[in-house]
Design a protein around this ligand. Structure first.
Ligand SMILES: Cc1ncc(COP(=O)(O)O)c(C=O)c1O
Length: 366
């Protein structure tokens, strides 16, 4: 039987043609395709502005470069990919790691509240695996503490909260187009904002802070996307909704098929939201299931089903952050890191393959 992978990274003929068209034109650098991608992406998510960049990490970095001052603190959920925290450090700020809700995996605002100081400047909520954060609660929290919000939507293309795409929330909403993501162009990033000044500044920062011909008025980087990637992105944007329908259908089947299985707990979806299902994760409770996450992963592998562990440690447990900021304990993050497992949910799966995954999990129970 054909093995089942964690992602389907296959470009359509139209996407390949769009890339080839750019290659043939010789216009390889950032140009009109990038500009059009920005306009079309912004329109899709209903943001006022969108700025392409080299990757999702650059999208986060550019956001922080706009406003962060040395020593400023940013509240960051500890259960996320390294870049959510590391870009704060790289910009001269300090990520303050917060625990997450063990069911939704999203930032725990009560824990964040306990970590507010006079230096708190921003909060970086992550729509982890495509599960939209409770935007009302986050915006109220940010307003109360006078914080800027840098949303990490690297995994959340198409996620919505109360009918609104997460891309329109401002102040900064950062996306990645890395191949495993819901949209995949190779390397690529996008920052959406509703603030024309942020938009303007990010455009300069992404090109060496150049505000005139060889005139540099701020310190910047080369974080440009190329037109080839943008051309793929423009074409792919047309099928994002269609891919999301399949991811949502697959997630619903997985939820249904795994319901009632002792020791298996899928991610809880934020009320009033539509999950984008970048990953479908379960928490494996070893005592109830009969074996732990790693044993289940091995059993699934033997049955030809790939799985993933996102993430095996919290950011506060990363050696670099322990070295910089000392050790700390965040119980929910650590529990998730030990027990979480991602099952395939991508847009390339057939109904039979989803059934095979469900059956394989059920029969892996000792
Ligand atoms: C939550 C999160 N933030 C940021 C990034 C960084 O994106 P990129 O790999 O495009 O730099 C990723 C990518 O894996 C991510 O998952």
């Amino acid at each position: 039987m054909k093995p089942i992978d964690m992602a389907e990274i296959i470009l359509t003929e139209a996407e390949i043609e769009a890339a080839v068209r750019v290659l043939r034109s010789g216009a390889l650098r950032q140009g009109k395709e990038c500009h059009a991608f920005e306009m079309e992406f912004a329109e899709k998510v209903r943001a006022k502005h969108a700025v392409t960049s080299a990757n999702g990490t650059a999208a986060l970095h550019l956001s922080y470069m706009v406003f962060l001052k040395p020593g400023d603190e940013v509240l960051v959920p500890a259960f996320t990919f390294i870049a959510t925290g590391s870009m704060v450090t790289v910009t001269g700020g300090k990520p303050v790691f917060c625990d997450v809700n063990p069911q939704t995996y999203l930032i725990d605002l009560a824990d964040a509240e306990s970590k507010i100081t006079a230096r708190s400047r921003a909060i970086a909520p992550v729509h982890l695996f495509g599960n939209a954060c409770d935007a009302d609660a986050i915006k109220a929290f940010a307003a109360k503490h006078n914080l800027i919000i840098v949303w990490d939507a690297a995994q959340a293309h198409g996620a919505t909260y109360k009918g609104q795409d997460v891309g329109c929330f401002g102040n900064f909403v950062c996306y990645s187009f890395y191949p495993s993501k819901n949209m995949f162009v190779g390397e690529g990033g996008m920052t959406c904002t509703n603030d024309p000044e942020y938009d303007n500044k990010m455009r300069f920062l992404r090109t060496h802070g150049q505000t005139g011909q060889y005139l540099h008025t701020m310190l910047g980087l080369n974080y440009r996307m190329t037109d080839m990637e943008a051309a793929i992105g423009r074409e792919q944007l047309k099928r994002l909704d269609q891919m999301l329908v399949i991811r949502r259908r697959n997630a619903a089947w997985l939820n249904e098929g795994l319901a009632g299985l002792p020791g298996i707990q899928p991610q809880e979806i934020t009320p009033n939201s539509h999950h984008a299902w970048h990953q479908y994760c379960i928490v494996v409770e070893p005592k109830l299931f009969g074996c732990d996450r790693d044993e289940l992963a091995r059993s699934l592998k033997a049955k030809g089903i790939a799985t993933g562990v996102h993430y095996p440690r919290g950011l506060h447990q990363q050696p670099i952050f322990e070295e910089l900021y000392g050790t700390s304990t965040l119980p929910h993050t650590e529990y998730l890191a030990q027990n979480i497992l991602a099952l395939p949910v991508h847009h390339g799966l057939s109904e039979d393959q989803v059934k095979r995954i469900i059956e394989a999990v059920r029969t892996s129970r000792p």
